[in-house]
Write a protein that binds this ligand. Structure first.
Ligand SMILES: C[S@@+](CC[C@H](N)C(=O)[O-])C[C@H]1O[C@@H](n2cnc3c(N)ncnc32)[C@H](O)[C@@H]1O
Length: 231
């Protein structure tokens, strides 16, 4: 995928060097704090950030296979005891209230059964003052829903950083898939290839109108920490 892509991270997402830079700048983690990676997949993004910030990592993913692979990658990034990975959903992580100084959620919130419920869960997990960084995309013409969405779950909108190179990255990836369909069939089998080619054909025509962002949300320093209704 070229020089913009940190090979070590092996992300199953749009994560590139510019995004890693934005995440470091926006999360503002300090050594010894805890980062939660929601929808961590095989763990590379959270592991890279936890090493860069010298923090502890908890990775959550719905897929036991992804969690097994993430745990196996831990020794390449962090010493023993600095990361744990759990099978759970981002809507119901099972983690304790106020355990996270930072939360990252890369190309995953849109896959939640209920994105608002997942955002309420992040509000529960964040310590007062803690930040969450989440990738998102919308059509060129659509207004940002994030100030309203953040307020609805008791979080503040800190920043909405444009990722102007993100649609081109998907275009390159989808063209690689369609140009190399036969090799894909050999490497990953017909079922997986059919689904990848379907995704490429469905999504390629929408990319010209796509605008991608990194959204940073913050839990205010409210000492009461009263829960928000999850209705
Ligand atoms: C596009 S991948 C991104 C993985 C990782 N964030 C990265 O950047 O490489 C989306 C991940 O979300 C996970 N996922 C989907 N729905 C989920 C849910 N409701 N709760 C937790 N994880 C979920 C999938 O299993 C998958 O690993």
């Amino acid at each position: 995928m070229g020089d913009d892509h940190p090979a070590e991270v092996q992300a199953s997402s749009s994560c590139d060097w510019p995004l890693l830079g934005l995440l470091v700048a926006r999360l503002r983690l300090r050594p010894g704090q805890r980062l939660v990676d929601l929808g961590c997949g095989t763990g590379g993004v959270g592991l890279w950030l936890a090493r860069a910030h010298s923090v502890h990592l908890t990775g959550i993913d719905i897929s036991p296979v992804a969690i097994g692979l993430a745990a196996a990658r831990r020794p390449y990034f962090l010493p023993p005891g600095r990361a744990d990975f759990r099978v759970a959903t981002m809507e119901r992580t099972g983690l304790p209230d106020g355990c996270a100084d930072g939360i990252v959620c890369i190309d995953t919130l849109g896959k939640a059964h209920s994105p608002m419920r997942a955002l309420l869960e992040t509000r529960r997990l964040l310590k007062p003052g803690g930040r969450m960084a989440v990738t998102t995309a919308r059509r060129h013409s659509a207004p940002s829903p994030w100030a309203e969405r953040a307020a609805a779950v008791g979080l503040e909108l800190v920043a909405e950083d444009a990722r102007p190179d993100e649609p081109a990255m998907w275009r390159r990836l989808y063209r690689l898939w369609t140009d190399h369909e036969e090799e894909l069939r050999r490497d990953v089998g017909d079922a997986r290839t059919d689904s990848m080619i379907r995704e490429a054909r469905r999504t390629l025509p929408t990319l010209d109108a796509r605008r991608a962002f990194l959204i940073t949300l913050r839990r205010g320093s409210d000492p009461s920490g009263e829960p928000y209704a999850t209705a």
